[in-house]
Design a protein around this ligand. Structure first.
Ligand SMILES: C[S@@+](CC[C@H](N)C(=O)[O-])C[C@H]1O[C@@H](n2cnc3c(N)ncnc32)[C@H](O)[C@@H]1O
Ligand SMILES: [Zn+2]
Length: 184
């Protein structure tokens, strides 16, 4: 996706003047989800992922009490410095669930995250994008089980985590107690 700036804002303001595009309601995938209230065309910038912008250290500190088997996260990585915490000051964007065969995609522009349609979405369809949640060196051996995906897609990869990379030598880095976040 190309980088977005003022034109994304303009497009989102224009579509906000029309009848609402989405609503939040119970989802067959998990908890609440976001559903199309009308047909959404491919390329439409649907919503900005809003929330408090914090450092990675602050995001980790905020959720350090979470147990290892808790897979719920409203955190979204913007870059190496910033994480958006959708749990604080967030909008409906935080309720979009993960899907392995998604109809949406996230993109970063001017350090902001936008969710947009990557194909035409029909009225009533649930919106989803691939979270690609980051892996960490100290992840529990059953981390894929903890972050198991329930998207129901035919080619569901079974996990909300980014696919594992082939092992390689890493520099030592502090990862203990790192709160999981979406990276895409
Ligand atoms: C940003 S929230 C999405 C809204 C969530 N359904 C809710 O009601 O709060 C992300 C969390 O929803 C759950 N989730 C989202 N997509 C999922 C999926 N495909 N399979 C299982 N759980 C999912 C996970 O707990 C994930 O950390
Ligand atoms: Zn899946």
């Amino acid at each position: 996706m190309p980088p977005r700036n003022k034109s994304t804002d303009r497009r989102m303001k224009k579509s906000a003047r029309r009848a609402p595009m989405i609503e939040v309601r119970h989802s067959p995938i998990h908890g609440f989800g976001v559903f199309a209230l009308r047909r959404i065309r491919k390329g439409t910038a649907i919503i900005e992922y809003l929330g408090e912008r914090v450092s990675h250290a602050e995001a980790d500190a905020r959720y350090e009490d979470k147990t290892e088997d808790d897979n719920h996260t409203f955190l979204f990585t913007v870059d190496s410095k910033t994480v958006i915490d959708g749990g604080v000051g967030g909008n409906e964007g935080r309720y979009i669930n993960h899907g392995c065969e998604p109809n949406c995609e996230s993109s970063v522009a001017d350090k902001r995250i936008f969710i947009e349609a990557i194909r035409t979405i029909q009225k009533g369809e649930e919106l989803a994008y691939d979270y690609q949640i980051g892996r960490d060196v100290d992840d529990a051996p059953n981390v894929d089980e903890i972050f198991a995906c329930r998207c129901g897609a035919q080619n569901c990869r079974g996990s909300m985590l980014a696919p594992a990379k082939a092992p390689r030598k890493r520099r030592a880095r502090r990862t203990a107690g790192r709160a999981k976040r979406k990276t895409r």
